[in-house]
Design a protein around this ligand. Sequence first.
Ligand code: SAH
Length: 393
Amino acid sequence: MTSSTAPLTPTTEPQAGKTNLLGLSPVKLEQFFADLGEKRFRVKQVLQWIHQRGVADFAQMTDLSKGLREKLERVAEIRPPEMVSQHESSDGTRKWLVRLDGGESVEMVFIPEKDRGTLCVSSQIGCALDCSFCATGKQGFNRNLSAAEIIGQLWIAVKSFGGFEPGVDRIVSNVVMMGMGEPLMNFDNVIDAMTLMMEDCAYGLSKRRVTLSTAGVVPEIDRLADFTDVSLAISLHAPNNALRNELVPINRKYPVETLVASARNYLSRLPDTHRKVTVEYTLMDHINDRPEHARELVELLKDLPCKINLIPFNPFPNSGYQRVSGNALHRFRDILQGAGYTVTVRTTRGDDIAAACGQLAGAFNDKTRRKERYEQRYLQQAEQPVRMIGMVE
Ligand code: SAH
């Protein structure tokens, strides 16, 4: 593992009255230029400078007139978040700590594989959903990220790989919204950022290589196809409401069958056929890993075109859960495969730098006081004398 903690992008504060162009979608940038009385084709030029050449200084945008550059300097800025540290795992996984306006920070992870490189991006500081097995949830919630802060993570990753230099191969080929936060609870900013990820004049990623992952905010899935056609992943983790209510509390509001139906409806509204939803299922020892869970899952998913991604639970302190055993994992996978599903098992990467799913934390002020309650509960439990059920005193 290698680390560096020197700031890799400059520390900057937002400048009063200036619009940060980094997070503006093409449509919003067009409006911005229209308001300045400028021509539409400026949009393409400026998008390319920012997102394809990594330029954050208007003075370097040499194909804009001097007058326009000066005007932009007065009213606008291009301000990525500040990268405070970077760690590289022995397996090539990288993790960055990124500081946002207000001093809070989030983590972002890059996972290299044979045929692709995936960047795992955060959409919120913390998370409000409180899934029982997720470290981010235990940390509480602070706020939504702006579109500039979301796309800024990709901007930083590409820059740190030298990807803005001519001749450097594209290293980040896929983006998954699977870092901290629930992307559908920050709908507009996530849509703007994903639009930039796919925009030809910006990062030009294929819609199949940009994935939004949700714990199941059904009304937002229902309107997603009005705005985008990215790949959809649903974090299922349980095949029935009784168990899912415990693991993923938002299930109490939007039961699992409505989630599966809305995912199916999303696919049916996409212009192209043969798309599949990814079903994510985190496996915990003796919780959701029984053969009957696998069989129930087969039944639940029978009308949904999908592939299934099994994620062995990644432990964190005081989680109360353990990773699935190898036997249970294989049995579970075999039942799904036997029913005809494509099943992938997510291998744990970046273990030595705590960069695995559900381990991302970051340093922030929890506005929900959830972290405090969680710690209190844990400490109280730890302080109580251990009693055995049925013990005769
Ligand atoms: N809120 C979104 C995106 C963030 S979570 C969602 O729920 O989909 C990204 C994935 O990591 C989810 O499938 C989540 O359930 C999984 N995950 C969370 N904690 C985990 C843990 N401790 N071990 C393994 N996977 C975990």
